[in-house]
Design a protein around this ligand. Structure first.
Ligand code: KIV
Ligand code: ZN
Length: 517
């Protein structure tokens, strides 16, 4: 495991903390706060699928939803409660008795209840006095205990609440029987140094475990969670892929990895992070940004020549930890910034032999295709290699295409103009129409060469089936004016018309070469 990490040596010097960090509990709220992300609406089957994945990952708590929000939610929480998951199942509840009843009736034995403690929320949202808030908090916790529930209590908007008042609230709810106090940074407004101070402040008022729940509005959710843990919090609320209200919650995978990398604290089964992230992405329909740490598609993708070279000789040069630690794959991307080293490495990995002396042509072909930012995948690279080798085999061209212009559109007759330099050096420029741009272009070439070539077969395929995929065109021409022989031409490229024309030119040159030999 040690070899898998290459984090900064300064981290250990900086981590002063409030004592040794160990036994941190992961309280996953993907199914509750995560589902509150605009655009996510999970069906009961979706919730079961995600809960199973989270359980398999090894989280300690699963906040499965908000039982009081409706029958369907209660039913799915009930179903999950009966599934014998290893994780402790929890429902959210406002600090009102009917919400506690809904949670208890859904079959959970753990409830997360909350009431706002900031002046702002108490005055404008709750329209309650601080004394009323304390009384409601205490009543709710006592009632939940009577109903047989273990209680985690949240001071909503804690990071904008008066510390003296929060201390009063939390010590009262501890007396009422709460077993953990959660400190939510509800609007993601605190900074790590201050979060540490808030946790230390609350720890002075209670002896029960402290939990944190950090939102990412200012991009500090994970940093704040880590600061809270360093200051003595032992439960962290997180969501897989960092989903959640607005800018989301602290991401499970980032917190778990930081705990492991900097404190050697193993929470979840790190090797299952990649797969779990994919399940959550697919089921929620919430697509990950390519640059999402740990699980984004670029997190272990290397394209630039310098980086690929470095990673190939020692992965730590440009990777803080090995991708296998978190169950994802490294990708050496072939694109605009790739060097010959990357392409050669990729070909070797694929078992494709390619002569060194043709490498410059291959690199030129790769750059031509990658120029618009396209990433070339394995299947496409193999097609490009074939194309380069094919061109080499065909040798010098008898006929060369110099210019191609195609005019096409809706309710327009497709027209192509080509200028071809013939074997004797003369130039033939012609225009032709066709049923589409490809047909018009090929008709124009046939006419420019000689009209006695017919197209016997035309095959077009996309190498990877994506809309920006390289296409491959195969044409079969018949020399009907001569000996009636067939010649085949192939080409690959990004543009269907250009590639069709290249394939046609390849077939024509094959025919010329055959007749010359
Ligand atoms: O962000 C928040 O404050 C919450 C509460 C329900 C704890 O999600
Ligand atoms: Zn929240």
């Amino acid at each position: 495991m040690e070899m898998m990490l290459a984090v900064s040596p300064y981290n250990q010097l900086a981590l002063s903390g409030a004592g040794p960090v160990r036994d941190i509990k992961i309280f996953d709220t993907t199914l509750r706060d995560g589902e509150q992300a605009p655009g996510i609406a999970l069906s009961p089957e979706d919730k079961v699928r995600i809960a199973l994945a989270l359980d398999d990952l090894g989280v300690d708590f699963i906040e499965a939803g908000f039982a009081a929000s409706g029958k369907a939610e209660r039913d799915v929480i009930s179903k999950l409660s009966g599934m014998g998951l290893s994780a402790r199942l929890c429902s959210l509840a406002r600090a009102v008795r009917p919400d506690i009843d809904a949670a208890a009736d859904a079959g959970v034995d753990y409830v997360h209840t909350f009431i706002a403690t900031s002046e702002l929320h108490m005055r404008y949202k709750l329209k309650m006095t601080p004394d009323e808030v304390v009384a409601r908090a205490v009543d709710t916790v006592e009632y939940a205990r009577e109903r047989g529930l273990e209680v985690q209590f949240s001071c909503e908007d804690a990071t904008r609440s008066d510390m003296g008042f929060m201390k009063r609230v939390v010590s009262e709810v501890q007396k009422a029987g709460a077993s953990a106090i959660n400190i939510p940074d509800t609007v993601g407004v605190i900074i790590p140094q201050a979060m540490g101070a808030v946790v230390k402040g609350i720890r002075e008022a209670v002896s029960i475990p402290i939990s944190v729940h950090c939102h990412n509005d200012m991009g500090l959710a994970v940093a704040n969670t880590m600061a809270a843990i360093d200051a003595g919090a032992t439960i962290c609320h997180v969501c897989m892929n960092g989903i959640g209200e607005r800018a989301g919650n602290a991401s499970l995978e980032e917190v778990a990895l930081n705990l492991f990398a900097n404190y050697r604290v193993q929470t979840v089964d790190l090797g299952k992070i990649g797969a779990t992230s994919k399940i959550v992405e697919r089921v929620t329909g919430f697509a990950l940004a390519g640059n999402k740490p740990i699980v984004g598609r670029n997190a272990f993708a290397h394209e630039s020549g310098i980086h690929v070279h470095g990673v190939m000789s020692n992965t730590s040069t440009y990777e803080p930890f090995l991708p296998e630690l978190v169950g994802v794959d490294r990708q050496i991307v072939i694109g605009k910034h790739s060097g010959a080293h990357s392409v050669r490495g990729r070909l070797d990995a694929l078992g494709v032999r390619f002569p060194d002396d043709h490498m410059p042509e291959l690199m030129e072909a790769v750059k031509d295709i990658a120029v618009g930012g396209k990433m070339i995948d394995d299947a496409e690279l193999v097609a490009i290699v074939d194309n380069v080798l094919r061109k080499k085999e065909t040798g010098s061209h008898s006929v060369a295409l110099d210019e191609l212009t195609v005019l096409t559109g809706k309710n327009t007759t497709s027209t192509a103009t080509v200028s071809v330099v013939l074997a004797d050096g003369s130039r033939s420029t012609v225009s032709e129409i066709g049923v589409g741009p490809v047909d018009a272009a090929i008709n124009a070439i046939r006419k420019a060469i000689n009209d006695e070539i017919t197209m016997e077969e035309y095959k077009l395929s996309a190498i990877t089936g994506k809309s920006d995929s390289i296409c491959e065109v195969t044409v079969m021409l018949k020399n009907v004016g001569g000996d009636g022989a067939l010649s085949v031409g192939k080409a690959v490229g990004l543009d269907i018309v250009e590639t069709s024309v290249d394939a046609t030119m390849a077939a024509i040159n094959r025919d010329f070469a055959r007749r010359r030999d």
